[in-house]
Write a protein that binds this ligand. Structure first.
Ligand code: GLP
Length: 232
């Protein structure tokens, strides 16, 4: 596991963006899975700037959203789709056909999860998964107790996650979500984990304590190619 420490979130965003640009330059048709949340916002902003300056080309890149609230359509202003579309996809030269996302408003979450799993396989698996981390150690929406064998599925959100998200001003409070599973995250060739200083304690546990399903992010210790960028 490679750890990169940064002085502030501005530097974290820049370092993460530079790291991603390097990967895209190595493999222009990079297949990546992307997170929402406050943590990656500056990275997206820097990637947009790099794209506008001609330093990052997304024309062949394929993106998969990592998760979505169950019950919210992609048009819903609080959906993760809207977050990624507004902050990133709509501002870069991404081919809209290369955006894959979970349909939170599906009537059949089992079928939707299977469809997403199949799309991931069809695209050849992830080259890169970028993750944030929840205060309880969740990655995407794989909450404590998630099986390391899990695939894309419908999950119940942990009470602390629902509580935190409610403080973000989301008027509807979804208590379930569709999320890419831990086995699909682990099958990525490379993983980038981003964390601000408020996540210091959980990051320490995730990277130093024994691997346990109680701290989903601890499973990253089993992966050969993980980079963590953390604000000091
Ligand atoms: C949500 C998302 C996660 C994200 C986490 C942390 O729960 N499902 O993918 O990592 O929030 O968000 P933040 O970066 O805002 O702390």
């Amino acid at each position: 596991m490679k750890i990169i420490k940064t002085k502030n979130m501005e530097e974290l965003g820049q370092k993460a963006a530079d790291w991603v640009i390097e990967k895209i330059n190595e493999k222009p048709d990079l297949m990546m899975a992307l997170p929402t949340g406050n943590t990656p916002t500056l990275m997206y902003q820097k990637l947009v700037e790099a794209n506008k300056a001609g330093k990052a080309d997304f024309s062949k890149v394929k993106v998969f959203n990592l998760d979505e609230y169950y019950g919210l359509s992609s048009e819903h202003p609080q959906s993760f789709y809207q977050y990624l579309f507004k902050n990133f996809y709509s501002k870069i030269n991404l081919n809209k056909e290369n955006i894959e996302y979970l349909h939170g408003d599906t009537d059949d979450p089992g079928a939707e999860a299977q469809r997403y799993h199949n799309e991931i396989q069809k695209a050849g698996g992830f080259d890169l998964v970028i993750l944030g981390i929840g205060e309880n150690g969740h990655i995407a929406f794989n909450e404590p107790g998630s099986s390391f064998e899990s695939k894309t599925r419908l999950v119940d959100l942990a009470p602390e996650t629902v509580k935190r998200d409610s403080s973000l001003g989301i008027p509807i409070l979804p208590e379930r979500a569709l999320t890419v599973g831990i086995s699909e995250i682990l099958s990525s060739k490379e993983i980038l984990l981003l964390a601000g200083k408020e996540k210091k304690e959980i990051i320490e546990k995730a990277i130093k304590n024994p691997v346990t399903e109680k701290i989903p992010a601890s499973v990253l210790q089993k992966h050969q190619n993980v980079t963590v960028i953390i604000e000091e």
